[in-house]
Design a protein around this ligand. Structure first.
Ligand code: BGC
Ligand code: NOJ
Length: 808
């Protein structure tokens, strides 16, 4: 069952009922100002940091789930309704939400009035624009009293939700014409304020939440709205809001637009005030002037669309299957950029106050965007490296506003450093920009202790090599990719967090996954070392990697698959000797991706075991059997009920590792089959079971042990986006930038017979035609009409257009 459909030419998902199984959301914003918006206009906005610069308030875990947002209320002669259905929820004659790339348009039709609310964050503006278009489709004149609504957050979203005895006395606003200014905290240390304004004269306003709603009333029935008259309330403490009343007269057939702007402004310290106690509003006035007319909004939308046209033209595919094309050409790439921007810090499943940017998360998110926003990927790599400790380890998370590591979480996740190499390798292969290796970057943000980026990478690699356990495998530390595999934690205390609590001292618990990751990133690291002028290091790396691969085969091989780890006592994790958790997906994927056991058959055996034991209709689960009780020696992983989250769910993040591994063995049919099981567009038809957005990946889908098998959770912000992009674009379709050139090595299922890919890379355009007639095997390449040995097309100069033909 579906709740909408894809509109491919418009690159929109069109939701046709407000009653989806869960709020289906979208993101507004591309650089600094962001908004989360649901299909009924719920959600919130922030500037850069969802915790420290939150503009509007949102309550998680609410009843119903999604209340609070940028709402419009219409009072049409006493008949009250909302164009976005929520919050009034009056029945609509028609409802449609179009989630597009960086914008959302929600249309409601009610008793002859058509209302369309368009929401976007224009490029280059720290603001959300909300345009309300009203059309009188009836035969009689109408007077619509329009009420806008946003509720301000007192900036620090954590404090806002916890420190009521302070916060309920802080709220302050100023009102000037049709603009309402939220200035809480500005009198003391803040240099920023928010504004919510409309481009029309107002009949009234409210800034005090209680005055607007009236005591004891809910979202659907604000007193100001039901009475049809704003109270002109001026908040003092309590809860500041911004609501405008605009009275709109519409003749039959007439249409009117109102443009609302929710903006963020900063002033330099010497220009804080324009009069005694009066906030300097010059930046706000400039901002409002840029979006004062509907034509300016149209231009901003067109500009946003051309931004996406350009980005998405860097990789386009025509495969003959619309579901493949819409994932590849639009939605997977879109999600990659959203994930990169927010790094899982804010979604409907992450409050925006809990965490900053994850180190390993951001490094992996980068893999999905190096072709889209290489300059920003470069900056991100340098920011991440600046949070690295001098010994090569890293803060697990950092705060985007301050770019400093989070002390509460600290370090000790021993896979973290290696992801910096994966990210830098991907960036340099995409761009050819070797200059990044020489960029001077501090350690732990200390300007007195710096080194070139390459030195950071060197310390990353050697941090892992310098921390090996009894079998010569990398020590796991607090955990590796699986945050919940806490082999040194031994927590019996419910009041302490698994991942950050004092660990037992020990140098026994080892991770086969980190070993695979080390071997996987070694070729890139060696190439980077050579490029940075350290041929000796490059040579040594190859030897280290070969030794680690051999160690994995001697101590990390269980007979039919790769072991997961050794625990604190040296016991095996992920072995057929275990009663629960006998086989884990992570080492199978990564070790085979790294090429371990490919020659001697272990790789094939491991992947066959994955298919037989972990493959389900809804994707590949993390491990089997799921843990049925709490294992003190394994930690948080066994805290989840079987089939959920790290205890045996389908983590969409790890599935592409297996797809890539399958491609490594040339098994395209199997790789594609795995891809299709979790690709959102292929799950659209089971939306009633999947329940979350059919246009983006969720972090997990409940596994076969869970009562709710097949149900997705934690959508949007997941490394699943980047890795699935790598799997489908670089390995299944098979077009990937390498050191010597663009590799064209498709590994396709029989279903895809003729595929065309247009790939822009390093300034040149490659038009690639793939003929998949013999169904598999290696391709015969023709480049600009000349046969070419191997599968690498040398990089062409910027501006060149290269025609590539690959016959399978
Ligand atoms: C991870 C989740 C995990 C959670 C448990 C987080 O760091 O992102 O996947 O389930 O920790 O607390
Ligand atoms: C989500 C975290 O963001 C990521 O870093 C981790 O690898 C997975 N959960 C698995 O635990």
């Amino acid at each position: 069952m579906r709740f909408g459909h894809f509109d491919d030419p418009a690159r929109e998902y069109v939701i046709t009922t407000p009653e989806t199984p869960h709020p289906w959301i979208n993101y507004l914003g591309t650089e600094d100002f962001f908004g989360l918006i649901s299909h009924t206009a719920g959600g919130y906005s922030f500037y850069r940091d969802a915790r420290l610069r939150r503009l509007t308030r949102y309550r998680y875990n609410n009843i119903p789930t999604d209340v609070g947002g940028r709402y419009f209320y219409l009072n049409d002669g006493g008949d009250v309704w909302s164009p976005t259905w929520a919050p009034v929820k009056a029945p609509l004659d028609r409802f449609e939400c179009r989630h597009g790339l960086g914008y959302t348009a929600i249309t409601g039709e009610h008793r002859g009035v058509l209302a369309e609310a368009l929401y976007l964050v224009p490029r280059g503006a720290d603001a959300e624009v909300h345009r309300l278009r009203l059309r009188n489709q009836s035969g009689k004149p109408r007077l619509l009293r329009v009420f806008s609504f946003v509720e301000f957050n007192l900036w620090d979203a954590f404090d806002d939700q916890t420190n009521y005895q302070r916060n309920l006395s802080l709220g302050e606003v100023e009102v000037e014409g049709s603009a309402i200014y939220h200035v809480t905290g500005y009198r003391e240390r803040r240099d920023h304020y928010a504004v919510y304004a409309v481009n029309a004269p107002i009949a009234g306003f409210d800034t005090d939440r209680d005055a607007f709603f009236g005591p004891y009333r809910g979202w659907g029935e604000p007193q100001a709205v039901t009475e049809g008259r704003a109270g002109n309330s001026r908040v003092s403490g309590w809860a500041p809001i911004a609501s405008h009343q605009v009275d709109v007269h519409l003749a039959p057939g007439e249409e009117a637009d109102l443009v609302f702007v929710l903006g963020y402004c900063e002033n330099p310290p010497e220009h804080k005030w324009e009069g005694p106690g009066v906030v300097e509003k010059a930046p706000a006035r400039d901002l409002l002037a840029r979006f004062a007319s509907s034509a300016q909004v149209d231009a901003a939308l067109a500009d946003l669309q051309s931004y996406w046209d350009d980005l998405l033209s860097r990789y386009t595919a025509r495969s003959g299957d619309s579901r493949v094309d819409r994932m590849v050409n639009t939605w997977n790439q879109y999600q990659c950029l959203v994930t990169f921007n927010l790094s899982r810090s804010a979604s409907y499943f992450e409050s925006g106050i809990g965490r900053g940017m994850g180190f390993r998360d951001s490094c992996q998110d980068l893999l999905g965007v190096v072709h889209l926003v290489p300059e920003r990927a470069r900056e991100r790599i340098l920011d991440l490296a600046a949070t690295q400790f001098p010994d090569g380890s890293a803060y697990h998370q950092y705060q985007p506003l301050t770019k400093r590591g989070n002390h509460e979480v600290g370090s000790g996740f021993n896979d973290d450093p290696l992801w910096l190499i994966e990210a830098t390798g991907a960036y340099v292969r995409e761009t050819g920009d070797l200059s990044i290796l020489g960029e001077v970057v501090p350690f732990d943000n200390d300007s007195g202790n710096t080194g070139p980026l390459f030195e950071h990478l060197r310390r990353s690699f050697h941090h892992v090599l310098g921390n090996l356990g009894p079998h010569g495998l990398p020590l796991i530390g607090r955990a590796d990719w699986n945050d919940c595999l806490n082999l040194n934690c031994f927590s019996t205390e419910p009041n302490e967090p698994f991942q950050t609590t004092q660990n037992r001292a020990g140098r026994t618990a080892e991770s086969v996954f980190i070993a695979g990751l080390l071997v996987h990133c070694a070729p890139d690291y060696a190439a980077l070392a050579r490029a940075a002028g350290f041929p000796g290091e490059a040579q040594a790396v190859a030897e280290h990697a070969a030794r680690m691969a051999a160690t994995v085969l001697s101590h990390g091989w269980d007979g039919e698959w790769f072991l997961r780890a050794y625990d604190f006592f040296g016991g095996k994790v992920g072995s057929r000797e275990c009663a629960e958790g006998q086989i884990f997906v992570e080492p199978q994927g990564f070790c085979v991706m790294a090429g371990i056991g490919v020659e001697d058959g272990q790789a094939e055996q491991a992947l066959d075991a994955v298919g037989a034991r972990l493959g389900t209709a809804h994707g590949i689960v993390l491990h089997q059997p799921a843990f049925t009780r709490y294992h003190l020696e394994l930690g948080e992983i066994t805290s989840y009920p079987p089939g959920y989250k790290e205890n045996g769910a389908v983590f969409c993040h790890t599935n592409p590792w297996v797809m890539i591994a399958e491609c490594r063995l040339g098994r395209g049919e199997q790789a594609f089959d795995y891809w299709r099981r979790i690709a959102p567009a292929f799950r659209e038809e089971i939306s009633e079971l999947h329940r979350l957005e059919p246009y983006v990946y969720s972090q997990m889908i409940a596994g076969r042990d869970a009562p709710r098998e097949g149900e997705a959770k934690n959508s949007w912000l997941t490394g699943a986006a980047a890795w699935n992009w790598v799997a489908i674009s670089q390995h299944i379709l098979g077009i990937r930038p390498e050191w010597e050139g663009l590799r064209v090595a498709p590994c396709l299922p029989a279903l895809l017979e003729d595929v065309e890919v247009v790939r822009r890379c390093r300034g040149a355009t490659y038009r690639i035609t793939i003929e998949n007639r013999s169904r598999g095997g290696s391709p015969r390449l023709t480049v600009d009409g000349h046969a070419r040995e191997g599968s690498v097309v040398p990089y062409a100069p910027p501006g060149a257009v290269v025609a590539v033909r690959a016959e399978m």
